[in-house]
Design a protein around this ligand. Structure first.
Ligand code: PFF
Length: 458
């Protein structure tokens, strides 16, 4: 079976698709609004620290497990674990996480698609601030509209995946990512020079640690942890799958750092686009999930050629979202092909229907089911699904990956090092073994437990 596994056609393909999996709504939608809610630059600093100290080693661990096993998370631990151990039970947790992520991600990707079409057709032309906000509100009130766009996203995603790894996933994602990176730079430059935007830059770039106190430092740490893991896609095998599609010509630490740098650049640029705009147009940066949908159409309205820029912007937001959807669908498809003998086409057909149905609670959570407020007043099904994935499955799953790679009763340090370090490029430093084996998991668990405590018991 192993010989038949399709591989990426090039290293660039691997990097851009892994970056495509990492770069997504987490960067362009979540990062700005969470940063806005938790007080700006001080939050960004903690987030970056978590990326470096925790994210990169975990990312390398995941890629190594994927490459060594040549399987998705649905089978990887069965292959690598010492006989008689139970690590493979992790697959159920990880697989559930991938589905749960898609249960809300497809809806938000659908919002992007809707905004792209609305922008392109001139739907925002001449609207004032309140009317722009009104469009977002009325979209949330229309279950049919939202479901339609969610279904479109699912169809496009699986449509591309059904064409195979090289001809579908790699070919399309590569182009989308290159265009996205280019446009982000152009828009960031455009936004920085907006009149009245300096205040936004200050909010975004000058740390104000009293904002941390206001929000409760533990909650801020918890949010930063969730966001760091979410943005890198670590903790449930979404990145591991791409490790299984490459050969051993490059060592994995360098690749991991490269992916992290690309991902971080896009998140930071998204902030550069959005915060100056917020302050220039008097929109509070702590608006939450609606942030980019109520700020940016205003920015484009006030810009010469704004309709064109706006259309391009939302088109590329669709690319960012879609590249992640495609990546996670590819992972989900490989669960099916790894666990059963079913063909790719059959697995696609089954999952297409399953994910549409599973995504409905999120869509309906904003309208017909808006009475369900699982995380307190004003929260929605989306918030709950996001919380379960970002603040639970990803941190805990990441700990499992790290322990699996470093503990003797798991796959073990030597195997991990041999895999991570085979090939040309940067090597995983041996001297950080004790840190990775003990301290890193303890930091994650500490922030996790304390975050829970401060969120629910204070
Ligand atoms: N990293 C993706 C984003 O920033 O949008 C989201 C994500 C994908 C999270 C895959 C987790 C995952 F396993």
């Amino acid at each position: 079976m192993n010989q038949q596994r399709e591989k990426f056609s090039s290293r660039l393909g691997f990097i851009l698709i892994s970056a495509g999996c990492a770069i997504g709504l987490g960067n362009v939608w979540k990062f700005p609004y969470i940063t806005g809610q938790y007080g700006g630059a001080a939050f960004v600093l903690i987030y970056i620290l978590f990326l470096i100290l925790l994210g990169i080693p975990i990312l390398v661990a995941e890629l190594s497990v994927g490459r060594a096993s040549q399987k998705s998370v649905a089978m990887s631990m069965d292959i690598l674990e010492p006989k008689g151990t139970k690590w493979h039970y992790f697959k159920y947790f990880a697989m559930a996480g991938n589905y749960l992520l898609m249960m809300f991600y497809t809806s938000v990707a659908g919002w992007m698609l809707y905004y792209f079409i609305k922008m392109a057709s001139g739907g925002f032309v001449g609207l004032d601030k309140d009317s722009v906000a009104g469009i977002f509100g009325s979209m949330l009130q229309s279950p049919g509209l939202m479901a339609g766009f969610m279904i479109a996203v699912v169809l496009i995603g699986f449509g591309i995946c059904s064409r195979g790894l090289q001809k579908g996933v790699e070919k399309i994602t590569k182009v989308m990512m290159l265009l996205l990176l280019l446009l982000m730079v152009i828009l960031a430059v455009r936004s920085i020079f907006l009149e009245g935007g300096e205040e936004g830059l200050r909010f975004y770039l000058t740390p104000n640690f009293s904002a941390l106190k206001e929000n409760g430092i533990l909650q801020v740490l918890f949010a930063a942890l969730g966001q760091a893991f979410f943005t890198l896609s670590i903790g449930m095998g979404a990145i591991a799958i791409f490790g299984s599609y490459i050969d051993r010509s490059r060592s994995l630490t360098g690749e991991g750092i490269f992916i992290t740098i690309l991902d971080t650049m896009v998140a930071l640029m998204a902030g550069l686009i959005i915060f100056p705009a917020c302050f220039a147009y008097g929109i509070s940066p702590d608006a939450g999930p609606s942030l980019i949908f109520i700020t940016l159409p205003n920015v484009f309205n006030a810009m010469p050629g704004g309709r064109l820029w706006g259309t391009l912007f939302f088109l590329f937001m669709c690319f960012a979202a879609l590249s992640t959807v495609i990546a996670v669908f590819e992972n989900i498809i490989s669960f099916g092909t790894d666990l059963t003998n079913a063909s790719r086409k059959k697995v696609v057909a089954i999952n297409l229907v399953a994910i549409i149905i599973l995504s409905l609670p999120c869509v309906l959570g904003f309208n017909l089911l808006s009475g369900i407020q699982p995380l307190g007043a004003g929260s929605s099904v989306l918030d709950l699904e996001d919380f379960i994935v970002s603040n639970n499955i990803l941190p805990l799953g990441s700990v499992v990956y790290v322990l699996f790679c470093t503990w003797k009763i798991g796959w073990g340090w030597d195997n991990f090092m041999a895999e991570a370090n085979s090939g040309k490029g940067l090597k995983f430093p041996r001297f950080i073994r004790l840190y990775v084996q003990w301290l890193l998991p303890l930091i994650v668990l500490f922030v996790f437990v304390m975050g829970y405590k401060s969120l629910f018991f204070s």
